[in-house]
Design a protein around this ligand. Structure first.
Ligand SMILES: NC(=O)c1ccc[n+]([C@@H]2O[C@H](COP(=O)([O-])OP(=O)(O)OC[C@H]3O[C@@H](n4cnc5c(N)ncnc54)[C@H](O)[C@@H]3O)[C@@H](O)[C@H]2O)c1
Length: 464
């Protein structure tokens, strides 16, 4: 099964060849140039990493380890030199055994807010750019990749507000017109145990879905909460480096942490919810040393999503020391129930059960595949690149991001928010993000105590 949008898994190779030929002919008629999807003469797909943090380094590793194509990492870019160096040192470590697949000389290591241009300029059309910066920069980098005829792998979430969601959908369509392949890092869709669960749910194994539940509850993670910035750092750098806490740069913890479970449960239902109600709050506003937490997050969220047919999906997030961990997802149907993620964003095994209870005696099926969904998503993308298969996950990536933002906005504003309202909202968190330089003022200004604007449900019409 090819999990990307617009790919009909039932097409035979012959049909696929014919369809690609038809697309090429139609595009030629329309005067649209289709770049060679697999451009390098030595049959190697060049890769550039933009955003050299934890995930970017992991995604580059998956790209280099893929069996679907021969790949070579040829350029790296980051806004900050220390991050680029850390990732370079890790990827160049001989233990990885990348050999000549790792070829990033000093001249192709780029630092700064326009570093992405240097990295993408060094690729050839048909190569692939990885976007693993905080989400604020997705549309800026994507726009440039499309101009340069590059395929893209972009990490989730890909938007945090309505205006950039609309922009990304438009860009996704432009990428399609240019026959560029675009993967979005919602790896649940490439997790084979969830693909099998999806099939079983479609086949009626647990009946019609009437309720879904998702949980991400654990201690504070990543840059979930921030004290006032140190004196030797600008507000801009602080808000980018600690993007889990700022809505413009990373969508906050609600968007960043919870999108995978929200995405795969909605996939099981083959639909997106049409509205959300939400509650949330910040229980702990000061660190033990008395300093305020200055970021924009709540430390707990309870969201009730409703689908067009009335089905409910309840999502709970909580990030506090000393509370119990609960990080999993569940489906309830008219005939039975299922565990989708047993642990984490999409952890194995998935299982189905007859009746209401997940007792062992009730079990119908338990998944056995344990392949890495992170590796699978790269294998699928590179397979589409080298074999010129349609592959564009942008709309689905935007919709998953928007649904997550809809829940967050419902909690932050304190009223029901519909999908339509979220999509049509005119609140762009960081207009002009494409023009940022290291000396630009930050999109958020702190008050005299160093606290940035925070949500106040019921008092503000917008999230802040
Ligand atoms: N799919 C997953 O399971 C998964 C897991 C972790 C992270 N992610 C996503 O990956 C992205 C990065 O997360 P991370 O944990 O690697 O964060 P990180 O802070 O470790 O890495 C982000 C990197 O981007 C750089 N950066 C920021 N702005 C930039 C710009 N304008 N130009 C170039 N570089 C820039 C930062 O300096 C940093 O090195 C986020 O969107 C996150 O949600 C996805």
């Amino acid at each position: 099964m090819n999990p990307s949008d617009n790919t009909n898994s039932t097409l035979s190779r012959r049909q696929l060849g014919k369809r690609v030929g038809q697309v090429a002919a139609a595009s030629a008629l329309a005067g649209v140039a289709i770049p060679h999807v697999h451009a390098q003469g030595d049959a190697t797909v060049g890769v550039a990493l933009i955003g050299c943090g934890g995930r970017g380094t992991g995604a580059a590793t998956d790209a280099l380890r893929s069996k679907s194509a021969r790949t070579r990492l040829t350029a790296m870019a980051d806004a900050f030199e220390d991050r680029l160096k850390g990732s370079y040192n890790s990827l160049s470590n001989e233990k990885n055994k990348f050999g000549d697949q790792f070829d990033v000389p000093q001249a192709r290591r780029f630092v700064g807010f326009d570093a992405f241009k240097g990295a993408m300029d060094s690729l050839r059309p048909g190569d692939v750019a990885i976007f693993a910066t905080p989400l604020a920069f997705r549309w800026v980098h994507f726009q440039y990749a499309i101009e340069r005829g590059l395929n893209v792998f972009m990490e989730k979430p890909i938007t945090a507000d309505g205006p950039t969601s609309r922009r990304m959908i438009e860009l996704g369509e432009k990428a399609k017109e240019k026959n560029l392949k675009v993967g979005v890092g919602l790896m649940s869709r490439h997790a084979k145990h969830l693909q099998e669960l999806h099939q079983r749910v479609q086949d009626g194994e647990i009946g019609d879905i009437v309720l879904m539940r998702g949980y991400r509850m654990h201690g504070p993670a990543g840059t979930f909460r921030s004290k006032p910035k140190p004196k030797d750092m600008t507000d801009l750098e602080w808000q980018i480096r600690r993007f889990h806490g700022f809505l413009w740069s990373g969508g906050g913890c609600m968007s960043d942490f919870n999108i995978h479970i929200i995405d795969h449960l909605c996939w099981m239902k083959n639909a997106w919810p049409v509205r959300a109600l939400g509650v949330g709050g910040r229980h702990y506003q000061f660190a033990d040393d008395g300093q305020p937490y200055v970021d924009q997050n709540f430390d707990s969220y309870g969201i009730e999503y409703t689908f067009e047919d009335g089905t409910k999906f309840l999502f709970d997030g909580r990030y506090m020391e000393g509370t119990s961990n609960h990080y999993a997802s569940f489906l309830h149907g008219t005939k039975g129930c299922a565990i989708a993620s047993a642990q984490g964003d999409c952890g194995t095994p998935a299982s189905t059960f007859k009746g209401l209870s997940t007792e062992r005696d009730n079990r119908i099926w338990r998944s056995t595949d344990n392949s890495s969904p992170y590796q699978n998503e790269w294998d699928d993308l590179l397979d589409a690149i080298v074999n010129n298969k349609p592959y564009n996950e942008v709309r689905r990536g935007v919709e998953a991001s928007l649904v997550t933002s809809m829940g967050r906005a419902a909690a932050h504003i304190g009223k029901e928010i519909t999908f339509k309202e979220m999509m049509e909202s005119d609140h762009e968190f960081a207009p002009g993000v494409d023009k940022l330089t290291k000396d630009s003022p930050a999109p958020l200004k702190p008050d005299e105590k160093g606290v940035y604007p925070q949500p106040e449900p019921g008092k503000k019409k917008r999230e802040y």
